[in-house]
Design a protein. Structure first.
Length: 352
């Protein structure tokens, strides 16, 4: 089987249809799960998902794209099962994703997400931590309740992904104390390992859990988990690009946001490791504070000149290609495999 994802305009429409179909199945179960929380953290969780205003007034949810639930459900379909069998897994991974964002915003000090205040900014750090903890507990509870075949293995996969996610997040935080250059600087390989844990683990988990709940064998779940991990690396590379050059009207964050926060993202790490004159000038610039617009613009230009931007773009493309190769060689339902391929390419082509 050769997967054709070559028509960009047709792919955009197909992605929208696939995500909308999956959200129609997942959203009611996700709301039901959140409804099990105590009303106080429950309101914060509903605010995080975009379902209510800060005071609990219902609002038309904009929400995220629910990419991880879509991968879980498509992987169930890829082994010949209806997507409904993977709803509990889809809800669980989306709850974990929401939990990680709530806590990540606290650690990074981000005040906005999707053009709205983050949970900690709106309600305070302590309450937001509690809401995040509630989302995590709900994720484990939701998946543990499923009666599908291989459900115990699915719970194990989620637990393993959580451990890996925490490991990746810990590495990301530890990077903040590392120097920009010299023998103790963060390397590209170290960054990749962090990104696999922080981002790839949950996408890989979504694929594996969906496969297992759909009745697919563990060996196939392993293969599709590898696909998800490659997509996680691609997703993180694109996020890093958007964190510097993304359009604020689309990302909900100011341009050069990651540079303002002195984050050691992939374009920066690659530029510093390039050995180019621009990379060396960047290291000197980063040694001081980037406290004005001119220095931020200069840093972004030096990253591009040193090849950091093109490196991150190539990294995203390479990992999507590796994910597509896994899909192309696996014995899967052709329609579901095609939709997985289109969704995979969207991770690189997305604008936010």
């Amino acid at each position: 089987m050769t997967l054709d994802v070559s028509d960009p305009q047709e792919a955009v429409g197909e992605v929208a249809r696939v995500l909308a179909r999956c959200r129609r199945l997942v959203d009611p179960a996700l709301r039901e799960a959140v409804g099990r929380l105590h009303p106080w953290p429950g309101r914060m969780a509903a605010f995080t998902f975009g379902w209510v205003e800060a005071d609990g007034t219902p609002r038309e949810a904009e929400g995220g794209k629910a990419l991880r639930p879509a991968f879980a459900m498509l992987c169930a379909e890829s082994v010949g099962s209806p997507p409904e069998v993977a709803v509990s897994g889809a809800v669980a991974v989306e709850l974990v994703h929401a939990f990680s964002l709530v806590h990540d915003d606290i650690m990074d000090g981000d005040e906005q997400r999707r053009h709205r205040a983050t949970a900690w900014k709106q309600y305070g750090v302590g309450p937001a931590v509690l809401a995040g903890d509630g989302l995590l507990a709900l994720a484990m509870f939701t998946l543990a309740q499923t009666a599908e075949r291989y459900s115990a293995l699915a719970v194990q996969r989620l637990a393993e992904a959580l451990v890996e996610l925490v490991h990746g997040q810990a590495e990301d935080v530890a990077f903040e104390t590392r120097p920009w250059s010299g023998p103790h600087a963060v390397t590209v390989e170290e960054y990749r390992a962090m990104a696999v844990g922080k981002t790839g683990s949950l996408l890989g988990c979504a694929a594996a859990v969906g496969t297992l709940l759909g009745g697919g064998p563990p060996a196939l779940a392993d293969a599709l988990a590898r696909m998800g991990r490659h997509l996680g690396l691609a997703f993180q590379a694109v996020d890093d690009l958007l964190g510097i050059w993304g359009d604020p009207s689309l990302t909900g964050k100011p341009v050069f946001n990651d540079l303002r926060q002195a984050k050691k993202t992939l374009p920066v790490v690659a530029a510093l490791a390039s050995g180019t004159p621009a990379g060396r000038r960047l290291a000197v610039l980063l040694a001081g504070p980037l406290d004005d617009e001119d220095s931020l613009v200069q840093a972004a230009e030096l990253i591009s000149e040193a090849g950091g931007r093109s490196f991150a773009e190539a990294e995203a493309d390479l990992n999507v290609s590796q994910a597509l190769r896994i899909l192309d060689t696996a014995d899967l339902d052709a329609t579901a495999a095609h939709e997985l391929a289109v969704l995979s390419r969207f991770l690189v082509d997305r604008t936010r």
